[in-house]
Write a protein of this length. Structure first.
Length: 410
């Protein structure tokens, strides 16, 4: 196994070459999954005004200190009302949840604490329970005040963060530009996904798979191509990716030790900027990486579907996340016991497509996703995988009960 590069060594070289994308301003509606570059600072208080937490009646707490008490209803306040009705002792205002609390009121009596409730909420009401000052009143700014930081820089914007930013009156956000990814699948055997393959031909599943993984990682797919094992066709696709302003190009196939390795032959020149290496892992031993003279980073991944998907997870996904300024570059890990045993490749770290058995909440276990073993060609079995079980290089065989790191997907 001499001459092999460790996984961490190859990943370190990749991350050292990554440069962040620029910033752009987008609306909250367009910011899902983006990395925030400038903290969100509140432009509005949350709540923006004192409002009712219940459907009921705005009252003076002193008036209902000794129930039962009969009060005269003198106005009606639905949510969205701009009215501020004044009222005196012995009077009340019917109010709905979210409506502004009148200046004259200092408590809310819910419908449940009156004799007739909603059905008898006009004219006069009889209050059956006392209400302390401030009861069911949501005070202005109790959650967030103007100038407060609502979402910190570096956060990944999800639905809750976007809702908070909008509630705080923010109309645009400074986020990292999505990295632009080009996907180039190589091989005489490939036809574009959707076409019917003839004898000896295969649909380009890698292209679909890698594009979906890139989108999930937070990138946008700027270019896609399927090319034969022909240097000129491959280089034309690379030129197309450069013209599409790709930040990084991901190829599949053409980097192994066979006779028709188009990525290797087309980029064989020492000044190509691309290095072809072997990494101590299974699947995914052959890898290529570097920066083209035209600017984009290029990742050459193996052509077998499992190898391609796993290589993306270990090397490309962290690079995309780093380009976008994310803090969490890797997938989350769990430590789980193996449900069964299996053989592992000697001297190489194994990443086995796996499923997790959650039937016992106190003792989850992990098992291979397919009975077909860990073959890198098993694209169908990959559909069942929800994780990769990671077996260290110095372990030749996993036994039931052994504890393993498990990389969660999705």
């Amino acid at each position: 196994m001499s001459g092999m590069r460790e996984v961490e060594e190859h990943l370190a070289a990749i991350l050292a070459a990554v440069t962040p994308t620029g910033d752009e301003r987008v609306t909250p509606a367009d910011a899902q999954g983006r990395v925030l570059r400038a903290a969100v600072v509140a432009r509005l208080d949350i709540p923006a005004f004192d409002n009712s937490a219940m459907d009921g009646f705005a009252v003076r707490a002193d008036d209902v200190a000794s129930p039962p008490v009969t009060l005269r209803v003198i106005a009606d306040l639905p949510a969205g009302s701009a009215l501020d009705p004044s009222f005196g002792a012995g009077e009340a205002v019917r109010i709905m949840t979210g409506a502004p609390v009148p200046t004259a009121a200092d408590a809310i009596v819910p419908f449940e604490d009156t004799v007739g409730g909603l059905a008898d909420s006009f004219g006069e009401i009889t209050v059956t329970a006392p209400a302390r000052q401030g009861a069911f009143v949501r005070r202005r700014g109790v959650d967030v005040q103007v100038g407060d930081e609502v979402v910190p820089s570096g956060a990944v914007l999800g639905p809750l963060q976007l809702g908070a930013a909008t509630a705080a009156g923010v109309t645009d956000l400074v986020v990292a530009r999505r990295p632009r990814v080009a996907i180039v699948s190589t091989g005489d055997e490939l036809v574009m996904a959707g076409q019917t393959p003839g004898p000896g031909r295969l649909p380009d599943s890698n292209g679909v798979q890698l594009a979906a993984l890139a989108l999930e990682a937070g990138a946008e797919v700027a270019f896609r191509a399927v090319v034969p094992d022909d240097d000129a066709a491959f280089l034309a696709a690379i030129a197309g990716a450069v013209s599409a302003r790709a930040d990084l190009i991901v190829t599949s196939g053409g980097i192994s030790a066979g006779a028709f390795e188009v990525v290797k032959t087309a980029l064989a020149a020492p000044d190509s900027g691309i290095e072809f290496v072997r990494v101590r892992m299974q699947p995914g031993k052959p890898q290529a990486f570097g920066r083209l003279a035209a600017g984009p980073l290029l990742f050459g991944l193996p052509g077998n579907p499992v190898s391609s998907a796993l290589s993306f997870e270990v090397f490309v996904r962290p690079a995309i996340r780093a380009m976008a300024g994310a803090r969490d570059l890797a997938r989350p890990l769990l430590r789980l016991a193996a449900a069964s045993g299996w053989r592992t490749p000697p001297g190489r770290r194994q990443y086995l497509p796996a499923v997790i058995d959650r039937s016992d909440p106190a003792a989850w276990t992990v098992a291979p996703a397919t009975a077909g073993g860990s073959g890198s060609h098993l694209a169908g079995g990959l559909a069942r995988a929800e994780a990769y079980a990671i077996v260290p290089a110095d372990i030749d065989e996993v036994s039931a009960g052994d504890l393993l790191d498990v990389m969660l997907l999705g």
